[in-house]
Design a protein around this ligand. Structure first.
Ligand code: MG
Length: 210
């Protein structure tokens, strides 16, 4: 079984079943780290699977509570559990990822569009910067924005410039148009996909917090 960073093919791509680390960074520091199983690593798309119960690391404040925005003295805690199974898509140069969510009975719950910087390859997986705003698209393709106030708060605190926040909202508008039009992956493809039962529940490899 592949165990993280050692199995890469000659063009440097991960193979299905490999375990990688998807990390959010904030000003160069690791802000969250999630292990994931590679489904596809191809020039036009990358896909990952995270089973329910996967343990991952999140940022916490001085009092131990999870943080939505950075504050002084935050630390990483490797104690969060993925509440549901997720199949995610990311595309080169595209400032969002699309996560298909499934309940424990494998029913499709909808698309969670995480606005973020395009993935950047690292020796153990991929890093990105979260852009706070999300678009939640239900199975019937009705949608709503999530964490608009958080993006506004980030601008007030100088974490994002007004122009950066505007670009994030423009990206959200493009996502909404794609969802309403039923363009892939909002066309319902992959909603019945199941992971290879031989794949592991991924764990964070040594060096994930470096
Ligand atoms: Mg987000």
């Amino acid at each position: 079984m592949a165990t993280g960073s050692v199995y890469r093919d000659p063009v440097g791509r991960w193979r299905p079943g490999d375990v990688v680390v998807l990390r959010e960074r904030w000003r160069g520091r690791v802000w969250a780290a999630r292990p994931a199983v590679v489904v596809r690593d191809e020039p036009e798309v990358r896909m990952f699977h995270v089973p329910a119960g996967t343990r991952y690391a999140v940022a916490r404040g001085r009092d131990g509570s999870p943080l939505a925005l950075p504050e002084d003295g935050w630390t990483l805690a490797h104690d969060a559990l993925a509440p549901e199974r997720v199949l995610s898509f990311a595309w080169p140069g595209v400032a969002h990822a699309v996560l298909l969510r499934f309940d424990p009975a494998d029913r499709f719950l909808g698309w969670y569009v995480n606005l973020q910087s395009p993935l950047e390859a690292t020796p153990i997986g991929f890093d990105y910067v979260d852009h706070l705003l999300d678009v939640l698209v239900a199975p019937d393709r009705t949608w709503r924005l999530h964490d608009e106030e958080l993006l506004e708060e980030a601008v007030r605190r100088g974490l994002f410039s007004p122009a950066q926040a505007g670009a994030v909202r423009d990206e959200a508008a493009r996502v909404v148009r794609a969802a309403e039009a039923g363009r892939p992956p909002f066309d319902g493809s992959w909603t019945r996909w199941r992971p290879d039962p031989a794949w592991p529940v991924p764990t964070l490899p040594p060096g994930w917090d470096a």
